[in-house]
Design a protein around this ligand. Structure first.
Ligand code: SF4
Ligand code: SF4
Length: 224
């Protein structure tokens, strides 16, 4: 596969140091993404209903790409205590049991709590959370509650700020296209089942680095 200019080479990624290199690139991407959103929020004086501990939206299905999953897996390995890991593995196993028998549509129309959500309503991987979670926002908490109370209603629009949402969506898609153009797995995975597999199967990383499908069992979302 082609060697990406902005990422560590496949050879160098065989070492722990190269994993750190990958994480550095991925984190820089996410920082730029956050700065883009923060700039619009400031310029347009966007009033968000979001605050720490508000997590109604963390029961939505979250779509991710493999490189986002690996950043989260590396974050978990380097930040979680053995007790936190044990709790997470239990949650991930329960999540797989619940999600894997469902079609993506069935999952998207069912409230299933993200296994990475802590009991206090905060994200356990906040610094490494994926683009979809960073893009998600609301100007009206009541709209989030409506979505939670009516999970099968996929037609009612979310209370997004239009410019913020569409600008971040465009930036997100451009970022994903960059990886796909470099020959990396373009599959859209479901967050929880993919994180479970990344933590359980270390060969997923080398498979991804070699241009293959990173995850063999995770739930996959068909392209729109
Ligand atoms: S999107 Fe809605 S549920 Fe999620 S943090 Fe914002 S206000 Fe809360
Ligand atoms: S990764 Fe974090 S922000 Fe995203 S759905 Fe899970 S708990 Fe919520």
């Amino acid at each position: 596969m082609p060697t990406p200019s902005a990422l560590p080479s496949p050879d160098s990624l065989a070492s722990a140091e190269s994993v750190a290199g990958f994480d550095q690139v991925a984190r820089a991407d996410l920082q730029s993404f956050d700065e883009l959103g923060a700039g619009i929020i400031e310029k347009q004086s966007v009033k968000l209903a979001c605050c720490a501990g508000c997590s109604i939206c963390c029961s939505l299905r979250v779509d991710v790409f493999a490189h986002e999953v690996f950043l989260i897996a590396h974050y978990i390995w380097s930040h979680f205590s053995p007790e936190e890991l044990a709790t997470l593995y239990t949650r991930l196993a329960a999540h797989e049991d619940r999600v894997l028998p469902l079609t993506p549509y069935e999952h998207a129309t069912t409230n299933i709590r993200c296994p990475l959500l802590r009991d206090d309503g905060c994200c356990s991987v906040y610094a490494a959370r994926p683009h979809s979670c960073r893009r998600h926002h609301s100007q009206d908490l009541a709209a989030c509650q409506y979505t939670y109370d009516h999970p099968a209603d996929l037609e009612t629009p979310a209370a997004h700020h239009q410019e913020l949402y569409y600008t971040l969506t465009e930036a997100m898609l451009q970022g994903f296209e960059k990886y796909a153009e470099l020959g990396y797995d373009p599959t859209i995975y479901e967050l929880g089942t993919a994180v479970a597999e990344a933590l359980r199967d270390p060969t997923s990383w080398s498979r991804w680095r070699n241009g293959g499908h990173a995850f063999l069992h995770a739930s996959v979302t068909p392209p729109a």
